[in-house]
Structure formats: C-alpha cells, structure tokens
Design a binder for this molecule. Structure first.
Ligand code: G4P
Ligand code: NA
Ligand code: NA
Length: 189
C-alpha cells in the first residue's frame, strides 16, 4: 500500500534491536485518515471471504480492526490480556510468548462472543514473530470457529512470523513488508 509506505518512510523511526517506531500514526497518536484507508484496503483484500467477525488483541490492534470493521459491517472482538472483573469466567484462551519480555502470557475471549459458525479475520498492527496471531488462532480453534485470513499493517519480513504462519497454510496479507532496516534505512519488499 503506497500511501502507508510513504508515511512509514516519512515519519517512521528505526530504534535499536530492529524496532520500527510509528507512534505518530499507528501506536500512540492515531492518524484516522490513514487508518481509514488501511481499513478500506483490508476490505478490498478480504471482501470475498464472507467474514462474520474481526478478531484482534488489545491494545494496538483495536483501532485498525474497528475502522476496518465499518467496511465489513461486522463486529470486532478483541482478546484481553488481563483478567478483569468485566471478563466472563467462561473464556477461550491462547498463549503468547513475548520475545522482548521473555514471558508467556494468556489472552482471553469470552465464550459468548465466538461460535462455531464464525468465520474470522484477524487484524493486527505488527507481525514480528507471529506469537500474537498464533495465540489468537488458539482461541479460534478452541471455539471450533474458522480462521479465514490475517491482515497485518506492517510485517517485519526479517523476523520469522510471516514464514511460520504461511507455512501453516494461513492466508496472511500485509500492507507493508519491511525487509530490512540496516543503518536506519527502511527497505520494503
Ligand atoms: P509477535 O506477536 O509478532 O510475536 O510480536 P513480538 O512478541 O515480537 O512483539 C511484542 C509486541 O511488540 C507486540 O505488541 C508487537 O505488535 C510489537 N512490535 C513488534 N515489533 C515491533 C516494531 O518493530 N515496532 C512496534 N511499534 N511494535 C512492534 P503487543 O505488546 O502484543 O501489543 P500492544 O499492546 O502494543 O498492542
Ligand atoms: Na498488536
Ligand atoms: Na504493539
């Protein structure tokens, strides 16, 4: 997606350990005009899949999933990372290993909001090692629902997530794939 790539080149900052900071439009401040185009692009890519629900994980996935969902006209369900009083006790769980923090944590979705008939599109901001998507897939599998595709805003092509998911036969479509960020210079696939 050209508009997105231009924005990344314009305002993206490369930080140590291969981290791409895009706080000014995607991860802190939200550029709604751009997010709207991102939502429209996800719809263009997945409109024939008869999606019934979009699934993401809190926090950064929610804004993009919500804007995309307006095009699909389906609900968004976001997996929760903490056990709050608001969360039903009956949940589907997925495990996510965080490489940066070296801990495994659980993400949960109430059994009320996923059923066997659901055909899901997962949407997320970044794809790095694929752990978040695999945790969400565990939740979908536990509900006996179907994962039809994964829409990612920025895939880091130099980390293993894209390969791992595609090798499992998961339909992954990324709007920008960053192949390397050597010397602070961002190169797209
Ligand atoms: P993975 O799900 O692909 O395995 O991601 P990983 O554990 O490597 O990354 C941990 C968190 O950092 C994830 O957010 C992921 O989206 C985010 N992340 C990974 N690489 C980058 C990057 O280069 N730039 C930015 N800005 N973020 C990156 P999270 O903690 O699960 O979620 P959230 O609460 O931020 O939404
Ligand atoms: Na995320
Ligand atoms: Na994130």
């Amino acid at each position: 997606m050209e508009l997105l790539k231009r924005k990344i080149l314009e305002v993206g900052r490369v930080e140590g350990e291969g981290i791409l900071k895009v706080d000014s439009f995607l991860n802190h401040q939200l550029d709604i005009v751009l997010l709207n185009e991102i939502g429209r692009e996800f719809y263009r890519l997945f409109k024939d899949y008869e999606i019934t629900k979009i699934l993401t994980a809190e926090v950064s996935g929610i804004a993009i999933a919500t804007i995309a969902a307006q095009y699909f006209n389906v609900p968004v369900v976001f997996a929760k990372k903490t056990l709050s009083k608001n969360l039903d006790r009956e949940t589907y769980e997925g495990e996510v290993y965080s490489y940066t923090k070296d801990v495994t944590y659980k993400i949960r979705v109430s059994k009320r909001y996923l059923c066997e008939e659901d055909k899901l599109l997962i949407i997320d901001d970044f794809l790095a090692n694929g752990e978040a998507v695999l945790g969400l897939k565990q939740i979908i599998d536990s509900a006996n629902a179907s994962l039809l595709g994964v829409g990612i805003v920025i895939e880091k092509g130099f980390q293993k997530g894209g390969k791992v998911l595609r090798e499992k036969g998961i339909e992954v479509k990324s709007l920008a794939i960053v192949d390397d960020m050597k010397n602070g210079k961002i190169n797209f696939r």
